[in-house]
Design a protein. Structure first.
Length: 287
């Protein structure tokens, strides 16, 4: 276990009896208000705990940390990982190192949990469907649109015919006239996006094979499709500034699906990638 992964809360509990009176008071305050400390600065914490700012610095040194910023990072890791009660993913006037570390923690957790959650059999089955279908239709709204676009870029480069439209009215027309051997892949974190569900209904009515890439196992979308590939939700905070780790989880899931497909068709896929790269370089070469 790395230093970042160690529980700072357990460490503080184990060190309490070794601390000075004022440091112990601060330690007890932190244990009782761990979630709130993430949004404090040295001065405000000292005032609330009834100690001096210098005691905050000494306390951090006593428990083996470089400073208060590192303490906040570790507390964030503990409270977000254990109970997900952090209210927001961003706070006023945060230092850049703290922002970077908080995001790194959340991204690592999301991708690790997605890797553990992925059903290998479902991925294999979807990879087989991708091989058999003449055309792949893919759709995602909002942040999921970015994931759908990533899917399109990856599979188009290895020769798959992929139709991706942000305008759901145009896509609905295409689905209504699609070859029945085609495949429709819907990307939706919640599995409840109205436009996505309506498009899935059209695909089902047309008799297309269907796949969902989603977080929710009990969603409307999941109940409609032939196969679902589940990823970790990522967004544990109640108020988020943007889809961040949920999007990372979707992109990671698409990468796994892509590499699983390429692995099964290695020679052909690598050949197409080389051809694609060569032709693009030739096209943009300066005369």
């Amino acid at each position: 276990m790395t230093a970042l992964e160690e529980s700072i809360i357990l460490k503080i509990k184990s060190k309490l009896e070794e601390l000075s009176k004022m440091e112990r008071r601060l330690g007890e305050y932190i244990l009782s208000h761990a979630e709130e400390i993430v949004d404090e600065n040295t001065g405000s914490l000292a005032k609330k705990a009834g100690i001096s700012p210098a005691t905050v610095v000494r306390f951090c040194k006593s428990i083996g940390l470089q400073g208060f910023a590192q303490l906040k990072i570790k507390l964030y890791a503990d409270v977000s990982g254990e109970n997900g009660k952090i209210y927001t993913d961003i706070s006023p006037n945060e230092d850049v190192p703290l922002i970077a570390e908080k995001l790194a923690i959340r991204f690592n957790q999301s991708i690790s949990q997605t890797a553990n959650k992925l059903d290998a059999e479902a991925v294999d089955q979807v990879a087989g469907m991708l091989d058999a279908c003449p055309v792949i239709y893919v759709y995602g709204l909002g942040a999921s649109h970015v994931a759908a676009e990533d899917f399109t870029q990856k599979f188009s480069r290895i020769g798959k015919a992929v139709v991706h439209m942000q305008d759901h009215h145009l896509l609905a027309s295409s689905l209504a006239n699609a070859d029945q051997n085609s495949l429709f892949i819907a990307v939706s974190n919640s599995g409840e996006t109205i436009e996505t569900v309506k498009l899935m209904k059209i695909a089902k009515q047309r008799g297309l094979r269907t796949v969902a890439i989603t977080q929710k196992q009990d969603s409307t979308l999941t109940e409609m499709v032939d196969f679902a590939v589940f990823h970790h939700g990522g967004e544990a905070v109640m108020l988020r500034s943007a889809a961040t780790t949920s999007l990372a989880a979707q992109l990671f899931t698409i990468d796994v699906l892509y590499f699983a497909y390429v692995s099964k068709h290695y020679s052909e896929a690598v050949g197409r990638l080389k051809t694609s790269k060569s032709r693009i370089q030739t096209f943009f070469r300066k005369d």
